[in-house]
Ligand binder design. Sequence first.
Ligand code: HEM
Length: 195
Amino acid sequence: MAARLEGSKLLIPLALLLAAGVLLAITAAGSYLAALPLLMSPTADVAFILFALAFAASSLARLLPNAGTRYLLRNRRYIGLGFAMVHFTHLALVLSSITLVAGQAREPGTLVPGAIAYLLLALMAVTSNDASVRRLGPRRWKQLHKFGSYYIWLIFLATSLPSRAGNAWMLLACLLVLALRIAAYRRGRGKKAPA
Ligand code: HEM
């Protein structure tokens, strides 16, 4: 199954599941506006899982080389694009909520770091192709994607803290993927990166 679900094909079931989830919530809640609170956290959660898989892919492939981690690494670009698709759905919900629902205005302290994360995510998504790697050069491309992914990681970490969403599994997963990256870096010092 996994062997056939490779590359851009991965995005098709993800888009279908996302559309089905949104439609289901709208049907259950009775309207798009009533569905917004139901969809806000699940879209962030699914986006986070895809983000964590893409963020940890090369570390897992280095620390635990097997068919599963090689699959993750080979498909990291499309897992990242899947993350962008789900997280831009979160943004559409956020914008709908702020503009269409009374009393949902947010403080600049929430909006500005979030907007920077979306700007970086957009830059990462539009440069996730071979032509952009060639145009930017591998070094600058890597710098953009490394900076962008650590910034987004920081926003997920901050959002999952007990003082915010208080999401313990997400907080632990944030720390785990960072630990994996540190362990892989230490193991790979002086060796060539797997990809
Ligand atoms: C642009 C500003 C953003 C606004 C106004 C916003 C708004 C929201 C809202 C209303 C919720 C539902 C829970 C709650 O009411 O606190 C939520 C959940 C969440 N958002 Fe966003 N969001 C933004 C950007 C982001 C970004 C950039 C990220 C991550 C990179 C993110 C990650 C999350 C997470 C992790 C949750 C919690 C999920 C859970 O409870 O399981 N959000 N957000």
